[in-house]
Design a protein around this ligand. Structure first.
Ligand code: HGY
Ligand code: MN
Ligand code: MN
Length: 416
């Protein structure tokens, strides 16, 4: 058949997404599939079953990354890889991550249905803990696989209940034997929702990010002095939560102070003892700074860190800061990005060259292989929320672009 006319099965893609959305479904119409929870295990088991139905060679590595390999005519050539993540945010959406895993699965099912052979092998992947919500940082398992993060450091990361990453990986039965160690990859494509408003606003179906911004994560711990709220006068208090409130506003005003091209957010906070009639004496909060300009982000942190320490001193609330995680901005492979745009055009989908403000496993894959992403619009620009939604037509369009990108890369560099 003329491969140009090949298309994925949009109905089948929809039904896999709907089946996955039933795992960890929340009353508000989203999903809660936090990494290494029973819901994550359930979705993983279903994914592995689907891989085996395609006779793929399934490998689970020591970080719980799940790979499925489809052989090519030349098994010695570096594979083309595509995938994303199955885990979600606490009250996450039904498309973030899972669309990239199900999209790649749909591509392999389409090739299988038509008996299409490729020169190169094709690997599909589910990366463990892309979100970094339960266990910080994000993208930790693609980071270990790419050699950017240490496995044992990742193993010792704990969640808010003190459970260790490795112990939870063992508990759900996904601590594999294969080393989480990169192998040569000819091209990596990650298909994902945009998670922002631009494609919808511009009326485009396909986004081709030129890359992903840098992500810098910090953890701040403050000590105060607890006391009964009634008899304790206002002056002389060491209220850790009021100190935090002042600091949070410093984070919010940072991007404007640095001249833009940046976002800075405090997304998580724990306040102790968190009783309405006790002055708080312990607070932990997180800082997330992102920019296309790594140096600007580092300079911003230097300034902010100075502010936090000044506030802590003035309020008599000792501060401890962890510089938890940094991944540099990732400019993707220009040839592959152009391939995404060319395939979108050939398929008749309006497209846009853009930047990804969201982090993805492609940030680490970009360090070890030519990498590109394919975006489709997020309705209302919403994501990491239960109302996250992408139209089924756009899901199908993105998967068709993914199909042809994978096919073209998988038939490159074969024997003459
Ligand atoms: O943080 C991010 O952008 C991604 O969801 N891990
Ligand atoms: Mn994601
Ligand atoms: Mn996400």
């Amino acid at each position: 058949m003329d491969l140009k006319n090949l298309r994925i099965d949009g109905k089948r893609l929809r039904s896999t997404l709907e089946e996955m959305a039933r795992i960890g479904a929340t009353p508000g119409g989203g999903v809660q599939r936090l990494t290494l929870t029973d819901e994550d295990k359930q979705a993983r088991d279903l994914f592995v079953r689907w891989l085996k139905e395609l006779d793929l060679k399934v490998t689970i590595d020591e970080m719980g990354n799940i790979f499925g390999r489809r052989p090519g005519r030349s098994s010695d050539l570096a594979p083309v890889m595509s995938g994303s993540h199955i885990d979600s945010q606490p009250k996450g959406g039904r498309f973030d991550g899972i669309l990239g895993v199900m999209g790649a699965l749909e591509v392999l099912r389409t090739l299988h249905d038509h008996g299409i052979e490729t020169e190169r092998p094709i690997d599909i992947v589910d990366w463990t803990n892309e979100e970094g919500s339960r266990f910080a940082p994000a993208m930790v398992s693609s980071g270990v696989w790419a050699g950017a993060l240490e496995r044992d450091w990742a193993y010792d990361r704990t969640d808010i209940e003190g459970k260790r990453f490795e112990d939870e990986l063992i508990r759900i039965g996904y601590k594999g034997d294969a080393p989480a160690k990169k192998w040569p990859v000819h091209a990596y494509y990650e298909y994902h929702i945009e998670q922002g408003p631009i494609l919808e606003r511009e009326g485009k179906t396909i986004g081709a990010p030129k890359g992903i911004v840098c992500l810098h994560w910090y953890d701040v711990y403050l000590e105060g002095e607890a006391n009964q709220v009634g008899p304790t006068p206002m002056e002389g208090r060491h209220d850790a939560l009021c100190a935090t409130a002042e600091m949070i506003l410093k984070v919010e005003e940072l991007p404007a102070r640095m001249g833009g091209n940046m976002v800075a957010t405090v997304g998580e906070i724990q306040n102790y003892p968190n009783s309405r009639n006790i002055i708080p004496d312990k607070v932990h909060f997180t800082v997330d700074i992102r920019s296309w300009d790594d140096e600007l982000a580092l300079d911003a942190w230097d300034k902010l860190r100075g502010d936090l320490e000044t506030i802590a001193r003035r309020r008599g609330c000792p501060i401890r800061i962890e510089e938890t995680w940094r991944v540099q901005h990732s400019p993707f492979d220009e040839k592959l990005v152009q391939r995404v745009l060319d395939n979108a055009e050939a398929l008749g989908y309006p497209s846009l060259h853009m930047v990804s403000g969201a982090g993805h496993d492609a940030s680490y894959m970009n360090q070890v292989a030519p990498t590109a992403m394919i975006f489709v619009p997020s309705i209302g620009g919403r994501s990491h929320v239960e109302v996250e939604k992408t139209s089924w037509e756009d899901c199908e369009a993105g998967a068709n672009v993914l199909l042809h990108c994978i096919l073209q890369s998988a038939n490159e560099g074969g024997r003459p």
